[in-house]
Design a protein around this ligand. Structure first.
Ligand code: PLP
Length: 373
């Protein structure tokens, strides 16, 4: 974490410990380094998170989304409804597949797609819905599934921030025609880089396996046009170590969030909302700062000065980024969310002292800036 003060509490802290290093070295000294036994084992083991659905490992979360769209037959002429309040990869994957994103509003409390707004956005070219389980909170899959069924749309879950999230006891990744996870270093578990596509059956699974590897099952007998989006066995071996620890880390994130919820309750900062039946895994612990971007940025500066690393996900909603601005989407709820959010450290490596420091700093920052609900 270059540039951070030594006593700074980092906003995120990816784990690369002795076990990860040992796993990587084992693979490097072994022989099979790409899409070998470690990848197969990682796919098998990841199935435990998604009720045994078929899992196909790829080289990033973006690749996972891209290939899921291709495997479901989405492309030129198709529109895919996505939230603008997400990481750009959500819309980029749609464009890369040759389809066009259509941005719909989010719920101001959960920051996930609002089914009513999605219903309004459905048009003659709509072919798919791509909700994002943002910050580790599940999107409202009941309403979105109904809409998808009513209009005959594919449903793809962007679960890149939501490993082990669930809704009414059902894990995310099991609602859609496909679901995509990321293993980028700052996610709740990582594989240096990597992604996983999760699908209900091996028919679609086989298509995805072809797409990630030049369209080949048997070497040089290419059946379709595919890319090279293979995962390395180094990544898979690290992913397996992390997967084994995910449950413990998730409980720690949730426990940290409870401490922050209690500590911040009277500061004027709006603590994360949890919808009925949602199991939030706090990929981010994101508060809202009333008063707009100026107040939010002022709180952020105060926290920074107090040694608490925080971040804004995402300062510019996708519909205002250069590749998408010409679409002219009008999304006031999304704009307000982008102006108000601030993510505080919640990662599992925080100590009790760190949590206390975060609460004290946030309380003092809110006072200094004059935040009131
Ligand atoms: C991280 C992320 C992605 C992309 O994953 P990469 O592994 O970085 O390619 C896609 N969507 C969301 C919501 C993400 O947070």
């Amino acid at each position: 974490m270059q540039g951070l003060r030594k006593d700074m509490i980092p906003a995120a802290k990816p784990v690369i410990g002795d076990e990860e290093v040992a796993a990587a070295v084992r693979v490097l000294r072994g022989g099979r380094v790409v899409q070998g036994p470690e990848v197969a084992a990682f796919e098998e083991e990841f199935g435990a998170l998604v009720e045994g659905r078929a899992c196909i490992a790829v080289n990033s979360g973006t690749s996972a989304l891209h290939l899921a769209l291709l495997a479901l037959g989405l492309g030129p002429g198709d529109e895919v409804i996505v939230p603008s309040f997400s990481f750009a990869a959500s819309a980029n994957a749609v464009r890369l597949a040759g389809a066009e994103p259509v941005f719909a509003e989010v719920d101001p409390d959960t920051f996930c797609l609002d089914p009513d707004a999605v219903a309004d956005a459905v048009g003659p070219r709509t072919a798919a819905l791509m909700p994002v389980h943002l910050y580790g909170h599940p999107a409202p899959m009941g309403g979105l599934t109904q809409l998808a069924q009513r209009h005959g749309l594919a449903l793809i879950e962007d679960a890149c921030q939501a490993h082990a999230t669930s809704l009414h006891g059902r894990p995310v990744g099991t609602f859609g025609d496909a679901a995509c996870f990321s293993f980028y270093p700052t996610k709740n578990m990582h594989a240096l880089e990597g992604g996983m596509v999760v699908v209900p059956d091996e028919t679609l699974g086989r298509t995805l396996r072809l797409l990630r590897n030049q369209g080949m099952e048997q070497r040089y007998e290419n059946e379709i046009v595919g890319a090279n989006m293979r995962m390395t066995d180094v990544s898979a071996a690290i992913g397996r170590v992390q997967l084994a620890r995910l449950a413990g880390w998730t409980e720690q994130r949730r426990a940290n969030a409870r401490v922050l919820d209690e500590g911040l309750g009277s500061t004027g900062l709006v603590t994360p909302f949890v919808a009925d039946g949602a199991r939030h895994v706090y990929h981010q612990y994101t508060v809202r700062v009333p008063g707009g971007a100026e107040a939010r940025d002022a709180v952020r500066r105060e926290l920074d000065a107090a040694g608490v690393g925080c971040a804004v996900y995402y300062p510019t909603p996708i519909h205002r980024l250069k590749p998408y601005a010409h679409l002219g989407a009008d999304l006031p709820v999304t704009d307000a969310a982008a102006a108000g959010v601030l993510s505080l450290p919640v990662h599992p490596q925080l100590t009790a002292d760190d949590l206390e420091q975060i609460v004290e700093a946030a309380d003092s920052a809110a006072r200094t800036v004059g935040v009131t609900r």
